[in-house]
Design a protein around this ligand. Structure first.
Ligand code: PLP
Length: 414
């Protein structure tokens, strides 16, 4: 088996491939679905309430775009903020503001309570972890289960330590595992006792409408559950149209309690006189209504689903009976997680890069870039064309066999 894997790897390397599976970017055909955006708003410059979108002001964003996305993000339109082009930017700003301006319910600013700590369900999104590193926020990894983070562990950690101020959650089709938090997890997150009075759930619902099947996953309403549990200020909800319309020119959203929204607006008013409402109007005219978003996402799905099916088919054919790997079959979102034998992920990624297939660095799915088992590889199937993707996954499978069998051979001779 090892000899065959070595031959296959030599053949792979000789092909001189140049393939990139690193980031979950929409493919050009997906962006083409929103081409009409570029010709909008087409001479119109007032919103329904008469706002001149070309001018300053309107910090909370246009009401119509908030109404379109309110049901999708499970936030009442009046408690939703429509902002610039990036939800990651909103998460960054919320951290900075919490550091520098007392949150509702807080005893003091986070800078005055340092060191602070966030819980990080793993595997997770590397840019969340990068934000923590940027601001010197300690990270405690918490294992993911099929239903969300291990809630026994989360409840224990938030109850015992007032320095634990937050948790990162990608609750629907999580990055990278594709996990959807179940109702019990949402209820426990909303109701759990936290030692910190200013604890926040960073609810990054980046894939709220990004289904890959006919049966969209249902996510319980965190904001409503927090309010019902007497923890109205606990949830910060984020989302964006980055993977709905244009990844560099979409609209991002923040939703929360009235008190938190007021806090963010007050802080934002110091950094901007208002968001890009022309782009918001463009999105209103293009998407029309909530149903319009759903219809548009069906078109996205038609492009993405075949790619995910190919990944699953090739992994099954090439690795299914090797005992060397397991992988997720997500029902939505942008990623597949490939699990290889402990101690192999970095080497697989290195061999793949040497053969011209660039993957997300192994470890990126964990805080500080360190996967303690060195076994998780994130696959991002969206960007390459179908045939390029298939070549990349076939090549990746060769690398998994090579590294896995090499490890087994080394163990036998040790
Ligand atoms: N959150 C998650 C979980 C993501 O996977 C991504 C992009 O990959 C983002 C946020 C980035 O969102 P935005 O483009 O709105 O900044």
């Amino acid at each position: 088996m090892l000899d065959r894997a070595r031959r296959d790897y030599q053949d792979l390397a000789a092909r001189g491939l140049r393939l990139d599976l690193t980031r979950g970017k929409p493919a050009p055909e997906q962006l083409d679905l929103s081409e009409e955006l570029l010709s909008l708003p087409g001479g119109r410059y007032t919103s329904v309430d008469g706002t001149d979108v070309r001018n300053y002001g309107g910090l909370q964003g246009l009401a119509e775009i908030r109404e379109i996305f309110a049901p999708l993000l499970q936030v009442p339109a009046g408690q939703l903020l429509a902002a610039g082009n990036s939800s990651l930017e909103l998460m960054h700003d919320c951290l900075v503001h919490a550091m520098l301006s007392k949150l509702p319910g807080a005893e003091s600013r986070w800078v005055d309570q340092e060191p602070i700590t966030f819980l990080c369900p793993v595997p997770g999104y590397d840019r969340h972890f990068a934000l923590c590193e940027r601001f010197g926020i300690n990270m405690i990894p918490v294992p993911m289960t099929d239903a969300g983070p291990d809630m026994d562990e989360v409840e224990r950690l938030v109850a015992e330590n007032p320095q634990v101020k937050g948790i990162w959650c990608v609750p629907k089709y999580s990055n990278p595992d594709g996990v959807c938090y179940d109702d019990e997890t949402v209820a426990r997150l909303a109701a759990m006792e936290t030692a910190a009075p200013d604890f926040r759930i960073f609810w990054d619902n980046a894939y709220a409408v990004h289904h890959l099947t006919d049966a969209p996953a249902e996510l319980a309403d965190l904001l409503g559950a927090c309010e019902a549990a007497g923890n109205a200020d606990r949830a910060f909800v984020f989302g964006s149209t980055s993977k709905i319309t244009a990844a560099g020119a979409g609209v991002a959203f923040f939703g929360s309690s009235p008190a938190n929204l007021k806090w963010l607006l007050a802080n934002n008013s110091k950094r901007s006189i208002g968001p890009d409402k022309v782009n918001q109007l463009r999105h209103i005219l293009f998407l029309r209504d909530t149903e319009g978003v759903r219809t548009h996402m069906e078109r996205q799905r038609a492009l993405l689903q075949p790619k995910f099916e190919s990944v699953a088919r090739i992994l099954q054919a090439e690795l299914g009976d090797t005992g060397l790997a397991s992988w997720t079959s997500p029902l939505g979102g942008y990623f597949v997680t490939l699990q290889v034998p402990d101690g192999c992920a970095q080497e697989v990624v290195r061999r793949a890069a040497d053969a011209g297939i660039v993957l997300t660095p192994a470890g990126a799915t964990h805080p500080y870039g360190k996967d303690p088992r060195d076994s998780v590889i994130r696959i991002a199937p969206s960007y390459p064309g179908l045939s390029e993707l298939e070549q990349a996954i076939e090549g990746l499978a060769v690398c998994v066999r090579l590294v896995g069998y090499e490890q087994q051979a080394a163990a036998r001779t040790a």
